[in-house]
Every structure is written in structure tokens, then in C-alpha cells.
Design a protein around this ligand. Structure first.
Ligand code: GUN
Ligand code: ZN
Length: 449
């Protein structure tokens, strides 16, 4: 059939490498007057407007975003769609908060209709916030995965998700009835959804965290993952000091808390661990050695009083750990990756390590994509990548407008102002696979592909 072509003009920023390792100059690409041409969902050209304009086919209108910054769509490397109904629940630390708010809400997802509503709201909210890919926790019920993948396919988004595995220390109705059944359901979902033609869905094996899983569950999860090396493995680790203490008691045979996962074959490239606040330097070594990545969840770690993730220790160039940025809603308090960058900056500041805008945007795009082993597909505006991008408006609010007009105009300064002052309001438009799926102020984009 005919090719689908879209073209946009604006200030382009993306990353081709890790600025924590190679520095800003070698890692960042910046095109002040740039052009992006998308053909059939992929980026066919990204570079200077003048050099590229001749390649835009006749009849294709170039959308003018010259006053905006265009970056790869944000990649949220850890978030719970099933927690959109209980986000911002007052006053508890992790374990009590799980019992009081998370698990009761999770049980509501046994109702398919309720799950569908949650999935629809979640996907729309991601797009309104400029997030085009996420690694998503669901509930234990297989249909809670079905409805999410179904919605993601509707919007054409690249989403990774999986059924939660948990067989202890939570209400009976939320637990897997047996390890065998949990594995059978997981296999069924992988066959049904993983890299399914016509979708961009990716499966992730999801043991909730060591406190909610028996040895048998972790063993079988590790075995199953070995059979499907292209799926991801996603869990929580060392978020909270009490969690680590309880985990050490439940698995006294493991040398460290992180070794609970390693000993069950759950640490390698493709593993994404949420939080990692209380990992020791030795455990960070293990992440580096195995290729396991960490999702940094600053708004959540502050909201639940979990602690301050030591990004500098994780990214130290002598043994770097792959790190992505994540909202962790509903432990996190915002689905905006800009707001999340803001909080990551402050967490760094408290640690004597304020993170510059370039590194914040890296973590929210290519960093998270690398954590999810998707950096060859998303997280970049490099030619050949999937055309997921976000258009950010430095004049979105009076304060942003004033601030960016008063600043020095450098891309570093504009990005920093957007990260610290922006949220969904700063998202002018969101594109998925070359199609605009969100336009600020408009009710809903018509699906016209
Ligand atoms: N640890 C285990 N489950 C959860 C969860 O749902 N949210 C957070 N923040 N931590 C967890
Ligand atoms: Zn979480």
C-alpha cells in the first residue's frame, strides 16, 4: 500500500550514547532547526531542516513546531496501571501501604470491566504526559494483562507488561492459587501477546518482590524465563529498609538480599529492578556483572519515605549499572516524566549530586530504553528508530515562558527549565509510530491511520 509519511520541524534533541559514561558532547545530538521525517512508523530522516526538506514528498505538510523542543517519547521503566485509582493515598510506608491500599485496589481488577477502565485511562494519561513506552505492573489476573495489551495496541504504543506472580503474604483472593497455574497462565499470555504481529507488545515475567513469592515461585519463574529469553523480567528490590530486613529473614540461605533473585536465575540483561534504594555497593556490582538494570523512582521513594537512590554510585564509570527513570505510580505521585526528572534532580541535590538536564532527559528516554533492551527500537530520534516522540513547549505557562525567555537559550538551559517547571501542560503533542496521538487542549485525536 501507500507509504504513510509525516514530517515535523523543531528543535531536536536525542541521545546516541550514555552521558554518564562518555559525557554530554559525545552522547547528545542537538539540531536547533531540525526536521524529522517519519515513514511507515519509523524515522527516515532526522537532521538539519535545510538538508532534509527536499526529501519530504510532495503533498506532505511539515508541521511547524519551531518554538518547541522535540525529544524521543518518554520511557517510563516502572509503573503500575492498576494503581491509578489509589495513587496519592495518605501516610504509610511501603508494607502497610501495600496492605491497606495496593492489595485491596489490585483485587478490584478481578472485574474485567474495572480493569478495562483502568487500562484505558492509564494509556491516555501516558500519552497526555508524553510517555510512549512503559514497563507496566498489572495484577495477578491474566485478563488484567489482556486489557492493557489490548489498549496499547489500540494506540499503537510499545508497552511491556506481564501478569504479577505472588503466592504469599497478601490477601488470598489476590494470590496465585498454585505455582503451576501461575506458570501456565504466564505461558498462555506470552504465546498470546509477546511480539504479536500488528502490536508492539512485549511480555515481562513479574514476580512482585521476594516478600510475596515462595522459593518455588521464584525457581519456576527463573526456569520459565530461560525458555523465553526475549521477554523481560521485572520486579521490585530493596525499596525499603524493613523490606530488606524481612527478605533476609525469609531467605537466610542467600548471601545478600539481591542474591534472592540471582540464586533463582532472575538477574541478567533484560532484568529491570524497581527502586534499588538500599542496595549495597556489592549488590550494585552484581547488577553490573549480570546486566540487571535499575528503575530510579524518585517521586515514589520520597512519597513512601523509602530513601534516596544513590544514582552516582550506580552510574560510576568503572562499573556502570544500567539505570532508567520511572514514575512508579501509585507509589509515585505523577505520571509525568518531567515531574519525575524534577524530583530526581532534588534527590541528587540532597546526595551532593545535582543531575544536569542532559542526564535527566537521557534517563527518561534512551536510559530507560536501554534498561528495557529496546534501545535499538525506541528512545532515540536516530534514523531507523520507531517514530515515537514528544513535542515540548517552552512557552507552555507564563512562568516557563518568562524563564526560558530570560535564560541563555542554550539547549541545556531550556531542557532544565522544562524538567523543573514542566508537566503534562508542557506537552504540546505526542506522536506514536509517526502518528499524532495527543494534542494539548484537544479532547482526543481521531485515529486516522
Ligand atoms: N513492592 C512490592 N509491590 C509493590 C508495589 O506495588 N509498589 C511499590 N512501590 N513497591 C512494591
Ligand atoms: Zn512499583
Amino acid at each position: 500500500g501507500a507509504r504513510t509519511v509525516t514530517a515535523v520541524r523543531g528543535r531536536l534533541v536525542w541521545f546516541c550514547d550514555d552521558p554518564f559514561l562518555v559525557g554530554t558532547g559525545a552522547a547528545m545530538r542537538h539540531e536547533k532547526d531540525g526536521l524529522l521525517i517519519c515513514v511507515d512508523g519509523r524515522i527516515a530522516y532526522s537532521g538539519p531542516y535545510q538538508d532534509g526538506i527536499g526529501r519530504v514528498p510532495e503533498g506532505v505538510k511539515v508541521v511547524d513546531y519551531r518554538h518547541c523542543v522535540i525529544t524521543p517519547g518518554f520511557v517510563d521503566s516502572h509503573v503500575h496501571y492498576t494503581q491509578v485509582g489509589m495513587v496519592a493515598s495518605y501516610g504509610e510506608k511501603l508494607i502497610n501501604w501495600l496492605d491497606k491500599f495496593v492489595y485491596p485496589e489490585g483485587m478490584k481488577y478481578s472485574d474485567k470491566k474495572y480493569a478495562e477502565e483502568g487500562a484505558e485511562l492509564f494509556c491516555k494519561e501516558l500519552l497526555r504526559n508524553g510517555t510512549t513506552t512503559a514497563l507496566v505492573f498489572t495484577s495477578t489476573y491474566p485478563h488484567s494483562v489482556d486489557v492493557l495489551f489490548d489498549r496499547a495496541a489500540k494506540y499503537g504504543m510499545r508497552i511491556a507488561a506481564g501478569k504479577v506472580l505472588m503466592d504469599r503474604n497478601a490477601p488470598e483472593a489476590l494470590l496465585d492459587r498454585s505455582v503451576e497455574e501461575a506458570m501456565e497462565q504466564t505461558r498462555g499470555l506470552i504465546d498470546k501477546w509477546h511480539n504479536k504481529a500488528g502490536t508492539r507488545n512485549v511480555y515481562a515475567v513479574m514476580p512482585r518482590f521476594p516478600l510475596a513469592c515462595t522459593r518455588d515461585m521464584l525457581t519456576e519463574a527463573g526456569r520459565l524465563w530461560e525458555e523465553y529469553p526475549s521477554v523481560l523480567m521485572h520486579s521490585h528490590i530493596a525499596e525499603n529498609a524493613d523490606e530488606v530486613f524481612e527478605g533476609r529473614k525469609l531467605f537466610p540461605e542467600c548471601r545478600t538480599y539481591l542474591d534472592v533473585l540471582d540464586d533463582h536465575g532472575l538477574l541478567r540483561a533484560g532484568t529491570v529492578l524497581a527502586h534499588g534504594v538500599h542496595l549495597t555497593l556489592g549488590e550494585l556490582d552484581t547488577c553490573h556483572r549480570t546486566g540487571a538494570a535499575i528503575a530510579h523512582c524518585p517521586t515514589s521513594n520520597l512519597f513512601l519515605g523509602s530513601g534516596l537512590f544513590r544514582l552516582r554510585d550506580a552510574t560510576t564509570p568503572s562499573r556502570p549499572v544500567t539505570v532508567g527513570l520511572a514514575t512508579d505510580v501509585g507509589g509515585g505521585t505523577s505520571l509525568s516524566m518531567l515531574t519525575t526528572m524534577n524530583e530526581a534532580y532534588k534527590v541528587g541535590a540532597l546526595d551532593g549530586n545535582p543531575i544536569d538536564a542532559v542526564r535527566l532527559f537521557y534517563l527518561a528516554t534512551l536510559g530507560s530504553a536501554r534498561a528495557m533492551r529496546m534501545d535499538h527500537q525506541i528512545g532515540s530520534l536516530q534514523r531507523g528508530h520507531e517514530a515515537d516522540f514528544v513535542v515540548l513547549d517552552p512557552r507552555a505557562t507564563p512562568l516557563l515562558e518568562k524563564r526560558t525567555r530570560t535564560g541563555d537559550g542554550s539547549i541545556e538551559d531550556v531542557l532544565f527549565a522544562l524538567a523543573l517547571l514542566g508537566d503534562a501542560e508542557a506537552v504540546e503533542a505526542t506522536y506514536v509510530a509517526g502518528r499524532r496521538v495527543h494534542q494539548r487542549g484537544r479532547k482526543e485525536e481521531k485515529a486516522t491511520w
